[in-house]
Design a protein around this ligand. Sequence first.
Ligand code: HH2
Length: 401
Amino acid sequence: MSEEERPTSEQGRSLDCRGRHLVLDRTRLMGVVNVTPDSFSDGGQFLEADRAVAQARRLVSEGADLIDIGGESSRPGARPLALEEELDRVLPVFEQLSDLEVPLSIDTYKPQVARAAVEAGAHLINDISGGGEAMLELAAELGVPVVVMHMQGQPATMQRAPAYRDVAGEVLAFLRSRLEVARQRGVEVILDPGIGFGKTLEHNLELLRQLPRFRALGAPLLVGLSRKSFLGKLTGRPVDERLAAGLAAQCHAALSGADILRVHDVAPTADALEIVEALRSRERSRIVLQKLRAKASIGVTEEERQTPQTIEVDLEVNVDIGPAASSDSLGTTLDYDRLAALVRRVCEGERRLLERLAEDLAAAVLGLNGVHGVRVFVSKPGVAQTLEAERVGVEVERHRS
Ligand code: HH2
């Protein structure tokens, strides 16, 4: 299956964060708590441990599914912080949050800080430097997942002149290779294209446009764009007035397959995600019929059309299965027998090309009550074998306008 073909919203995936399971059946919210004096949007607000703890609890009450706690700002121009100081900032916060029911993440690129934070109660590591060898080894040893983020350069200089030949291709290649290494080490990773980390406005927009390709790498996808400067560049708004712009981009990211959004403003983002989930719930329910065999009078020559041959049909039918799930009654959904009978009936007519048959099948299925969309794949079973290929045939996808 190519990157683009993978579904963007598989159900039933989950992340095991040291026993705390984050089910990724919808886009989840990672609430940000910066225990720093100089973070670009909330610097100084949560520097004292008590305030940081209160903020984490507030974000959870607003709907955060996990909390990211960091002691060193990574804003453009930020300088590295001494190890001891970073530990002094974050450890008391983890210790005081041990009763919180959601997973806690430590936002650091220093393995020493990550280790101490996990010992103090963190459940996963958020590494903006891309999950280097030492960090992956540590994660394997501690049995925690790692967010592997792409960054070009270092925070101190990364925004001076970011440059790529093909930003999406290069970031994808980087994340794919880190994912491979992590898998060899048995470490679960969450991938993050690193919006704003060594990227221009155009780079950020291109990465956001290409999110489905990132999601297709097969690991959970995290996107952090909350209050970032590209939103300010597009709207002319200062950092504390970027909520609306951010929400638009977050909805786009969620609909493009982001599993986790890293946000400062949990309550409004949670509301926005309710709309996103409501809009896509129909797309998520599908009835699948694979390798259905039917007889079709198909072929470019008269002779071929006179001897019906076996063809195979794969169908994915988008329907809202909610009513059937709650009523448990066949009358509220598509009956497989009727669907199969319809397919076989449509196949009976004479045609020259599989393309025509695929279109006719899609139109017939779309005409059924409650169907919002359909994907049809038709093939002649022997052809793939003759061509020494895995899958040869015609696929069409049609939706109700
Ligand atoms: N962005 C920031 C920090 N950490 N981690 C991941 N995985 N992805 C991100 O996009 C990301 C991140 C920057 O935001 P913030 O923490 O609010 O600011 P600062 O770095 O100035 O503390």
